[in-house]
Design a protein around this ligand. Structure first.
Ligand code: SAM
Ligand code: SF4
Length: 352
């Protein structure tokens, strides 16, 4: 089948091409994929102990897709019904000239089917980039922050940049970005601090999602020791607060609750204790063009040869048709197998 990026009449004053109309991405379990998480680098300026080892071996630079190739990917996915794009990594803001890519992607909100572009960041570079994000229409950001304690931050991330992160968060708030804090809950380190982090987030009018540690990547600290069940965390929070379930959803795995006492919203992302795979609407592509249909499975499909070919549009589309049939019904993570990683690759390679 020959695929097209179909040109339709653009909205007044907006640029062509509009990309619409091809076969939607429906996997073998009947789930429609409309959300792409695109990693633009596997490199990072932090070394969160649960995410990557201190001496991380990064992907070869010549294998990393250039901006034109990343844009091609976004165009193909948009033409197949992807409506939400999240830029991630590694740390996306460490990629050289990232602003140029963000500007180009921002334009896709005007001239493709992409309705929303979001970004996940550790906030170290937000002082520099927050206004650019706002300018290019990337209005929603997830900021990963596991502690408000400077010493604990240094221990968890192996870098002494807590003040930069706080300044970055402040700059993002000032620029008017919608902020959600993501916090991985770790037993015996930040677990006791969770109520304080939630209060801080809500006082600043940020949403917050708590995340269960997932067994990804080899050579990291003992996961069975660090793992904290969010079922238990929620039960403890309910001893001090009234949580009311919300219908609100970002189309993601977070189950949201309103906290009566703070007025804010809290999400629980519990892949191990509350499986959410039935509603999975997402797909991930790494910075080298490896497509992973599931976070918790080893398999991947290399889109790079297709994206780099002359007939990139048809070739990439054909790879997508093939990949969809391989999307597993559910992830492989299990509490009883925490010390055996489900995937060799870390979250920083997959794109969290
Ligand atoms: N560097 C950016 C950041 O930290 O926000 C984006 C990439 S990072 C891999 C995305 C998210 O994955 C972060 O919220 C991080 O805490 C989370 N993460 C990394 N490794 C994880 C693991 N093994 N289990 C659960 N979450 C993990
Ligand atoms: Fe870097 Fe994000 Fe991984 Fe931390 S979680 S090491 S900030 S990629």
């Amino acid at each position: 089948m020959a695929y097209n990026l179909i040109n339709t009449t653009p909205p007044q004053g907006k640029k062509t091409p509009l990309t619409t109309g091809e076969k939607p991405l429906i996997d073998s379990s009947g789930r429609t994929i409309n959300y792409l998480r695109l990693s633009v680098t596997d490199r990072c300026d932090l070394r969160c102990s649960y995410c990557m080892p201190e001496r991380m071996k990064f992907l070869p630079k010549n294998e990393v897709l250039n901006f034109e190739e990343l844009e091609r990917l976004v165009d193909v996915f948009a033409s197949r019904g992807v409506r939400k794009l999240r830029i991630t990594g590694g740390e996306p803001l460490v990629r050289k000239d990232i602003v140029k890519l963000l500007e180009k992607l921002g334009e896709k909100k005007q001239n493709s089917g992409i309705h929303e572009i979001a970004l996940t960041t550790n906030a170290t570079l937000l002082t520099k980039y927050a206004e650019d994000l706002q300018k290019f229409g990337i209005g929603r950001i997830n900021i990963s922050l596991d502690t408000l304690n400077k010493e604990m931050f240094k221990t968890l991330t192996r870098r002494d940049v807590f003040d930069d992160v706080m300044s970055g968060i402040h700059a993002a708030k000032k620029a008017g970005l919608h902020i959600k804090i993501n916090t991985v809950v770790l037993k015996d380190s930040n677990e006791k601090e969770i109520p304080e982090i939630v209060i801080w987030a809500h006082e600043n009018e940020f949403d917050i999602s708590l995340i269960e540690l997932m067994p990804m990547g080899e050579g990291m600290a003992h996961r069975s020791r660090d793992f904290s069940s969010l079922k238990d965390v929620k039960t403890r929070l309910e001893q001090q607060w009234k949580l009311t379930s919300e219908t609100f959803s970002t189309g993601g795995p977070s189950r949201y609750y309103r906290v009566k006492e703070t007025g804010g919203r809290i999400g629980f992302i519990s892949p191990l204790t509350d499986n959410f795979c039935d509603g999975c609407n997402r797909i991930r592509v790494t910075c080298t063009g490896m497509l992973h249909t599931c976070l918790g499975h080893e398999g991947g499909i290399d889109l790079k040869p297709a994206v780099r070919s002359d007939d990139w549009l048809n070739n990439t589309n054909e790879m997508l048709d093939h990949a969809l049939m391989l999307k597993p019904a559910k992830h492989n993570f299990e509490v009883s197998k925490l010390d055996t990683p489900s995937t060799q690759r870390t979250m920083s390679v997959t794109g969290g």
